[in-house]
Ligand binder design. Structure first.
Ligand SMILES: [Zn+2]
Length: 198
């Protein structure tokens, strides 16, 4: 039987997305084996995240400051907003600086199955950002999943009253494709060929 400490670490790790109890136990064993070489860096990184990371109150991105580095970067076009489901999508699009504007992170997608309604997402704050006329184009960069597309349609409808260009990523994204898993070439192509919603 494993010690209490090992059990505690295993069950903490098992809660991470993509890790189940089995992978968590393997990770713990690896950490125990490499505790001198790997643990100090891991502890430092975890403490750094716990101490410094905050959610940007403008766009929902995660950064060490609020507003985040993207929202405060004067070289970015503030009149162009790219709406994504998750922070990981910002990272995917921004790895190669594919999008020159700013972002808005919804924090998920509409889902009847999971009981996720519009009020559960950062949609009101998106409407507030465009309502004062500071934005010319909104690019809907939802995943090519059923829920992602449902979310995109819903937001496009909510944006209809405003004098905006609302576009979405071009088809060519693989169906079921999540932005996070796409290579830069595919993402860049989908952005370049973005088309009006409707
Ligand atoms: Zn921000």
């Amino acid at each position: 039987m494993a010690s209490q400490e090992i059990e505690a670490l295993s069950s903490a790790l098992a809660r991470l997305p993509g890790l189940g109890p089995r992978s968590a136990r393997r990770a713990v064993l690896w950490l125990v084996k490499h505790r001198e070489s790997a643990l100090p860096a891991l502890l430092e990184a975890l403490a750094g995240v716990a101490e410094t990371l905050v959610e940007c109150t403008i766009c929902g991105n995660v950064d060490t400051r609020d507003p985040c580095a993207i929202c405060t970067d004067p070289r970015r076009d503030a009149r162009s907003l790219c709406v994504v489901e998750e922070v990981s999508d910002v990272w995917a699009l921004d790895r190669a600086r594919l999008f020159p504007g700013r972002y808005h992170v919804l924090g998920g997608r509409l889902s009847a199955l999971d009981g996720i309604a519009p009020d559960d997402l950062n949609i009101a704050s998106l409407i507030a950002r465009v309502a004062d006329g500071a934005v010319d184009e909104v690019v809907l960069a939802m995943n090519a999943t059923l829920e992602g597309q449902t979310t995109a349609h819903y937001i496009a409808e909510r944006l209809e009253p405003y004098p905006l260009r609302v576009t979405q990523l071009a088809h060519g994204l693989p169906v079921g494709g999540e932005l996070d898993y796409l290579d830069e070439g595919t993402l860049a192509q989908a952005l370049r060929a973005r088309r009006p919603v409707g």
